[in-house]
Design a binder for this molecule. Structure first.
Ligand code: HEM
Ligand code: SF4
Length: 574
């Protein structure tokens, strides 16, 4: 804790009577939107108040208020839903949202464009489907990620079990959620409601992921805390506990940082859930509550250093932390296409551009998925790459899946370029209030240009993850990508290079303030050099790091802007 006064959000939490505030009253009124304190509290309930940024200027000129609408996020531990739940979410998107479903980069679903009058029925319908929005946003443990592949083996099953147990353990206990969205029965708030969080919850968001040493599909080091299951000779030995990751930072603020989680020690399997709870409790008790820009666990780690954090952890733990297991770079799988499960059945990974399940001209993805799910009733898993897996299929179903996708104009995974297949983008404009530049709407055009360039260089299938965000908060994990474009202001981006799918190092700021139309030009010489000099299977980030003399494995990138890295002077062939 610092001696500085609490931030306004801390006050809002504390006087909210355990997340009640005046949400119920505003919902019942004919106001079109919520006031300051309630805006903060709504996040804990899984919804953000937003407005249509495209319409802002015209509305303001006409003297009208903003076009308010809500984003509603469903928290889904390890991204697993049933066919029935998927069909219900699809229906809700049509009835109350903007007709799209969005798979998030942390294995949740988002609805956009929900009007205030429909907010209650939307959240109630999600709960009727036995899903929840509680703690999908806000200063609590967020959705718990876990490897999505339904391989059916004991390790994957355990990862999912631990993710679910964690989600339940650290879910807010307040009755406010039920009162406001479900049964309407008012009760007085009481301290017993929140034995873990108390009345001020966490200093800020807290993101947990459970991963496997055999597959880094959750990008384990990007989160506040990670349990990395150590699988050796097919046997699960326990977890490396990783702490202090987080990608958000602020442009021009050198004291804000993206940071990768570092190993704290080794935890026996049976203590995995307790370990995460302990880390959260240290954050709760010692995190910064005066400056929200410094309120993430990573800053506490930076301030204390790992030895002091470990000491505090061991003081609270009922078990002994062993030395973390040394690991080489983690493999990564995107799980797209046809794969066999260990029970003999199959799963099929469908690529979803920027996670947006939508019917567009010539590309009716939403209808295709609905038809497949209604007909085959598969299990559904969401991946941390914004894609969707259809599980528990019989071998004969695989052709049906591909036939339906193709008939609706959806490209099958095998036909995707590597650049498109591994791409990600955050929603940004027009919904996100923090966006300063385009992302989801711009990335299709950018990918087309990159695809043409890479094809010409013979790099169509070379591993490359391109990620884009509309501001430096980093929702699409740009700072662990091979190549990333991070919005600076409308039409301008900072270009980062040097991460990779293994997620074990951060990218460098490579060029600052590049206009949207010049993004490809800004890295063209690097791509040319990559084509000419790469080792077999060498990704762009790996190649870049080799050129830079393996300054690899940097674990912190600051918001300080300059100098940018200039690695391509005369040496580059034109
Ligand atoms: C720390 C600063 C951050 C802030 C203030 C922030 C805020 C937001 C907001 C307002 C949205 C809603 C946008 C919309 O749907 O219209 C959003 C989306 C999202 N954010 Fe963040 N975010 C931050 C960092 C991150 C990071 C580092 C991650 C992941 C590691 C992340 C994961 C997500 C996800 C999964 C979504 C849902 C949409 C998607 O798939 O991109 N956020 N964030
Ligand atoms: S990265 Fe920025 S613009 Fe994109 S969704 Fe997150 S907060 Fe919004």
């Amino acid at each position: 804790m610092t001696g500085a006064p609490e931030s306004k959000v801390e006050l809002a939490k504390r006087r909210s009577r355990h997340l009640r505030g005046t949400i119920a009253e505003t919902l019942a009124s004919d106001h079109t939107h919520f006031g300051h304190d309630d805006l903060q509290l709504l996040k804990f309930h899984g919804t953000y108040q937003q407005d249509d940024r495209d319409a802002r200027r015209a509305l303001e000129a006409a003297g009208l208020e903003k076009a308010y609408a809500f984003m509603v996020r469903v928290a889904i531990p390890a991204g697993a839903v049933t066919a029935g739940q998927y069909l219900e979410l699809d229906r809700i998107a049509a009835e109350h949202g903007n007709g799209t479903l969005r798979v998030t980069t942390r294995q949740g679903f988002q609805f956009h464009g929900v009007l205030k009058g429909n907010l209650r029925s939307t959240i109630a319908a999600i709960n009727d489907a036995l899903l929840t929005t509680i703690s999908a946003c806000g200063d609590v443990q967020r959705n718990v990620m876990g490897c999505a592949a339904p391989l059916g083996d004991a390790d994957h099953a355990l990862v999912r079990q631990v993710a679910e147990a964690l989600a339940v353990q650290l879910r807010p206990g307040s009755r406010a959620y039920h009162e406001i969205w479900l049964d309407g029965e008012k009760q007085l708030s009481s301290a017993e409601e929140e034995p873990f969080y108390g009345d001020h919850y966490l200093p800020r968001k807290f993101k947990a992921a459970v991963g496997l040493s055999t597959d880094n599909c959750v990008d384990i080091r990007a989160h506040d805390v990670g349990l990395l299951a150590i699988v050796h000779d097919g046997r699960l030995e326990g977890f490396n506990l990783l702490v202090g990751g987080g990608l958000g930072m602020t442009h021009n603020k050198g004291d804000t940082t993206a940071r990768l989680a570092e190993p704290l020690g080794f935890v026996p399997v049976e203590h995995g859930v307790e370990a995460v709870r302990l880390v959260a409790s240290i954050f709760r008790d010692h995190g910064n509550r005066s400056d929200r820009r410094h309120a993430r666990l990573k800053y506490l780690l930076g301030e204390w250093g790992t030895p002091r954090f470990r000491e505090e952890f061991e003081r609270r733990a009922s078990f002994t932390l062993g030395p973390a297991v040394e690991l080489a770079a983690l493999p990564f799988h995107d799980h797209l296409g046809r794969h066999r499960q260990s029970d003999g059945r199959w799963f099929y990974g469908v690529f979803i551009q920027s996670g947006r399940i939508v019917d567009a001209a010539g590309h009716a993805l939403r209808t295709a998925l609905r038809e497949i799910v209604a007909r085959l009733r598969p299990g559904i898993r969401l991946t941390g790459q914004q894609n969707l897996l259809l599980t528990d299929l019989e071998s004969g179903d695989l052709d049906t899946v591909e036939r339906i996708l193709t008939a609706h104009g959806v490209t099958l995974p095998a036909a995707l370029s590597a650049a498109r297949r591994y791409s990600m983008a955050c929603p940004a404009l027009p919904t996100c209030g923090l966006a300063v530049a385009e992302s989801e709407r711009a990335i299709p055009g950018i990918l087309e240009r990159f695809e043409a360039e890479l094809e010409g260089l013979g790099l169509r299938d070379a591993p490359l993850t391109i990620r884009m965000t509309g501001c430096p908060n980093g929702c699409a994990r740009p700072y662990t990508a091979d190549l990333a474009f991070v919005g600076r202001s409308l039409g301008l981006y900072n270009v980062y290079v040097g991460g990779g799918l293994a997620g074990d190092r951060l990218a460098d700021l490579y060029r600052a303030d590049v206009p949207l139309e010049e993004l490809l030009e800004s890295v063209r010489p690097l791509l040319q050099r990559w084509a000419a000099e790469r080792a077999a299977d060498e990704g762009l980030g790996d190649f870049y790091q080799r050129l830079m003399g393996l300054r690899a494995r940097r674990t912190v990138v600051t918001g300080r802007e300059l100098p940018t890295v200039d690695l391509l002077p005369e040496a580059v062939a034109p």
